[in-house]
Design a protein around this ligand. Structure first.
Ligand SMILES: [Zn+2]
Length: 477
């Protein structure tokens, strides 16, 4: 196996158990893993450079773990800036996203995943939790494997049609989108896990993912988590994703979403709840008790008026022992797939909202974007921090860049000052996948041209138009 020694790094933000920051650091990569990390003098004494295949001088570089995106829709990448920006969550989902998704064909989806994962690598993201393919999970799994990134995906599933079929929903779309029963959905999802989990030497995982909330029955929510446990994988779905959803749940079932699922016996440690913005203080112990994880998506909250700062309890969840990762959600819901921007927002929103500078700050936000995300995905034994034995998934920042000139504390600079513009390299599994200003596994120019063409065709096929498509909804009320 090839060994690479990166020495004289200005800093290493390890995000290990002690949040160790090593100045003048060195990292030894052996094949797919980090063999050693520590002060340069120590590492070089133990591993003399003449016994190493490649030696890199990291003098103007700093290293952090790769970022983990805890909630994303890779099927959504061709819908950037298509829908209007005055949509709340439910109108966005039911009247815009669903018709759009319905017209994403298998080849569109492949291009969408290639495009999304290249954007991720350019933003330092090395691992993702994707809600799932609109078709076969193999499309996402194979495209992500081609790019070289790490992640979990699944196949989209729902089983409750709305009572009235809205404008823009076709019979074909309904048949494709909704399984006839929870049982039928779970049968297909099990098959998907058996076929795709562990692809590319385990770099791609396949989970029992469902859409969640109103379009899914209680049997599907509870069954998905139970089936995932039986198969030894995870599950993720949207829950408590808006205050409107909480109000509908209260009106129909007398309970808010988390307490309802808890009452059905649906919570567990292999469940990641996407958003979790409409959560009451009294529901936090339920999440903590079952070790259920939450993926906080700040950009989506800002764009779709979810109310992360008005009603969100993310600091209280963290204090209450709930693992909270951060997610980008997607280029339509959030506008971007830049996890560094989510980290920045997570570090600032609650200080401002609560008029308290001791709320979530740089240190906590970096943990949420790395090790806490890895824990949410059940992958913290291998990724999420820079430690000997873990996978070599990391980001090298170019410190000879205006964003880093000058700086003192690398942690504060990373979270408050820096963007993906100063990323020099993104490594996954011991390979530099983004390097020299490009993603090395794919022809990005060609991909961009194809993405533009396909996106325009989908918008046309979906018949979305700003004059006629509703911007509010009563669906599932
Ligand atoms: Zn989502």
């Amino acid at each position: 196996m090839t060994t690479t020694l990166i020495r004289n790094l200005a800093f290493a933000l390890t995000v290990d158990g002690d949040d160790r920051v090593i100045r003048d650091a060195a990292v030894l990569v052996d094949g797919e893993r980090i063999a050693a990390i520590g002060p340069s003098a120590e590492i070089e004494a133990a591993h003399p450079s003449d016994g190493v295949d490649h030696v890199v001088d990291g003098g103007r570089l700093g290293i952090t773990p790769g970022f983990v995106d805890s909630h994303v829709h890779l099927s959504e990448t061709l819908s950037r800036a298509v829908f209007p920006d005055n949509l709340g969550t439910r109108a966005w989902v039911f009247h815009w996203a669903k018709p759009f998704y319905a017209h994403v064909g298998p080849e569109d989806e492949r291009v969408s995943v290639l495009l999304g994962t290249t954007e991720m690598l350019r933003c330092g993201t090395t691992c993702f939790l994707d809600m799932g393919s609109q078709h076969d999970a193999g499309i996402t799994v194979q495209a992500a494997a081609e790019v070289g990134i790490r992640g979990c995906t699944g196949r989209h599933a729902a089983d409750v049609k709305p009572a009235e079929i809205p404008r823009g929903w076709t019979d074909e779309m309904i048949e494709h989108h909704f399984f006839p029963s929870a049982e039928a959905a779970l049968e297909v999802l099990e098959d998907q896990v058996r076929r795709w989990d562990g692809y590319a030497d385990g770099r791609l995982r396949c989970w029992v993912n469902i859409e969640g909330k109103e379009p899914c029955s209680p049997e599907l929510h509870v069954g998905a988590r139970a089936l995932a446990e039986q198969l030894g994988v995870g599950t993720t779905y949207h829950l408590a994703s808006s205050i409107e959803e909480a109000h509908v749940s209260e009106r129909r079932h007398g309970l808010w979403p988390v307490e309802r699922i808890a009452g059905l016996g649906g919570l567990g440690s292999n469940l990641v709840i996407a958003h979790g913005v409409a959560v009451k203080e009294s529901e936090i112990p339920l999440l903590a008790e079952h070790d259920t994880k939450v993926a906080f998506c700040p950009s989506t909250s800002l764009k779709l008026a979810k109310g992360a700062t008005a009603i969100g309890k993310y600091p209280e969840m963290r204090d209450g022992g709930v693992t909270v990762g951060v997610g980008t959600d997607g280029v339509s819901a959030a506008g971007n797939m830049n996890l560094m921007r989510q980290m920045y927002l997570a570090a600032g929103l609650f200080k401002d909202a609560r008029l308290d500078a001791n709320q979530i700050g740089a240190r906590e936000a970096l943990r949420m974007a790395t090790i806490d995300g890895a824990r949410a995905l059940g992958w913290d034994d291998e990724i999420g921090s820079l430690e000997a034995g873990k996978r070599a998934d990391f980001v090298l920042f170019d410190l000879d860049h205006f964003e880093w000139t000058p700086y003192d504390d690398p942690l504060q600079a990373l979270v408050w000052s820096v963007s993906p513009a100063s990323i020099a390299e993104t490594w996954v599994n011991g390979r530099p996948l983004y390097s020299g200003g490009k993603v090395v596994t794919i022809d990005e120019r060609e991909l961009h041209a194809e993405a533009r063409e396909r996106a325009a065709a989908i918008v046309q096929r979906a018949g979305l138009d700003r004059e006629g498509t509703p911007v509010t909804t009563t669906l599932y009320d």
